[in-house]
Design a protein around this ligand. Structure first.
Ligand code: ADP
Length: 416
């Protein structure tokens, strides 16, 4: 006789399901726990059935689970959540799918600890990747900036190198030319080759002019060296601008007249006007600027003015304006750099070393002023403007005290 197999009840059928499954009544009592749920939670069915489902959750999660079960509509779509649950005495992440039915709940249970762990790892790796990307981008930007700075520095070095080479060529020419003329003229006289006293005197005059040119050139080079070492000595005192103009005018007028240029000096506004400066250096500044104005102007005039600065009454503003060859816009700041000449080949025509304005700017600045050049372009003239502290009322140092330029700089107000 063939034995008839017993029909399987619902409970063994649930053991066939690959996921954990609980049947729970409305009081959260577990009515059935399938074999997979026991395996997942490391419990036996006897210790689960009859127990409250809420006991499987940590204290803080219970209320949430309770409210979730309370809200689930009968026969509605399942709720799906991920919560930590106790596996033995260890908290693990489980995904619960809750089916609400009139007689209670069906709860599908899946261990997702590994997924969550992987997800967290991926998120962490992503964050690290983003941070590294950001770091890389910043490093890249920094490298680009340093590269730009390096290129700029390189260009400056090349420019300085070029200027220095030009300077050497110009200087050796400038030194040799007057020396050769002095030797040449002296030789003519010494060998008795002059036809008369008048010719002899003209040779002596020429030799003297060359000697003076040579001295001026050597003075420039020495001045620069002193300024760079911070050892230019200054004797600061109040001085009258009109006296300064008379003194400078008397020296330069011959050069201007030789070129038939009109040279004028004017003090604008309130008089007398006083500056606080080293008299000899103030004279040197004006002589340099007016000398250049005369040198680079063939026709017209050179006008020198002084007035109290409207915006800064503690400063006297000087201008030296000419109607000469002008300065191209891109050279207006560079001409104050050492050895820079707009047209170095013109040196033969105009003489000079490209050091005058560097010395001038340094002298102005160590006495607390500023200097700038303005020109509307080629053949439209040039205006040089510089400031020096107003003399008279304020006393920063007793008159006539000798100060090295580095000591002077330390005394200047920070606004300068
Ligand atoms: P330099 O000994 O060549 O005159 P400076 O430093 O005094 O040297 O001047 C630098 C350059 O600035 C000059 O070679 C010239 O190109 C330009 N420069 C200065 N002053 C004037 C001016 N008044 N008009 C035109 N160019 C000027």
């Amino acid at each position: 006789m063939q034995s008839q197999a017993e029909p399987a009840g619902p409970e063994p059928i649930l053991d066939w399901v690959g996921d954990g499954f609980f049947v729970v009544d409305h009081q959260y009592k577990i009515l059935h726990a399938n074999a997979e749920s026991c395996r997942l939670l490391r419990r036996d069915a006897g210790s689960l059935v009859g127990q409250s489902l809420l006991d499987l959750f940590d204290g803080s999660e219970r209320k949430f689970i309770e409210s979730l079960f309370g809200q689930s509509p009968n026969d509605g779509p399942p709720e799906r959540i991920v919560v930590p649950m106790l596996r033995g005495d260890q908290l693990c992440q489980f995904e619960l799918t809750i089916y609400s039915r009139p007689g209670g709940f069906g709860v599908l249970l899946r261990d997702v600890s590994q997924w969550i762990y992987q997800e967290r790892r991926i998120a962490e790796l992503n964050a690290t990747l983003l941070a590294s990307q950001e770091l890389l981008r910043r490093k890249n930007d920094e490298m680009n900036v340093s590269l730009e700075q390096l290129e700029k520095l390189n260009r400056q070095l090349e420019e300085m190198d070029r200027a220095k080479n030009e300077f050497l060529a110009v200087t050796s020419h400038e030194l040799r030319t007057p020396l050769n003329s002095i030797i040449g003229f002296m030789q003519l006289i010494a060998e008795g080759l002059c036809e008369n006293r008048q010719e002899e005197m003209s040779y002596i005059d020429n030799a003297l002019a060359s000697a003076r040119r040579l001295l001026a050139m050597i003075n420039d080079v020495l001045d620069i060296a002193k300024i760079e070492a911070g050892k230019m000595t200054l004797v600061i005192a109040d001085m009258d601008v009109e006296e300064l103009f008379n003194d400078v005018g008397g020296t330069i007028i011959v050069q201007a007249q030789r070129k038939e240029l009109a040279l004028s000096f004017r003090i604008e506004g309130q008089q007398p006007l006083r500056v606080r400066a080293d008299a000899q250096k103030a004279r040197q500044i004006l002589l340099n600027l007016i000398g250049n104005a005369v040198k680079f102007t063939t026709k017209g005039s050179v006008s020198v003015t002084a007035r109290r600065d409207e915006a800064r009454p503690d400063l006297i503003r000087f201008t030296v304006q000419d109607t000469g060859i002008g300065i191209p816009a891109h050279y207006l700041t560079r001409i104050f750099d050492k050895f820079i000449q707009v047209d170095p080949t013109s040196t033969r025509k105009y003489e000079g070393t490209g050091l005058g304005l560097t010395i001038t700017r340094n002298l102005v600045e160590i006495m607390g002023g500023t200097i700038e050049a303005h020109s509307d372009g080629e053949n439209l003239g040039t205006t040089m403007t510089f400031t020096l502290p107003t003399g008279g009322e304020q006393r920063r140092q007793p008159d006539g005290v000798e100060l090295a330029s580095d000591e002077m700089e330390a005394l200047l107000p920070s606004t300068f």
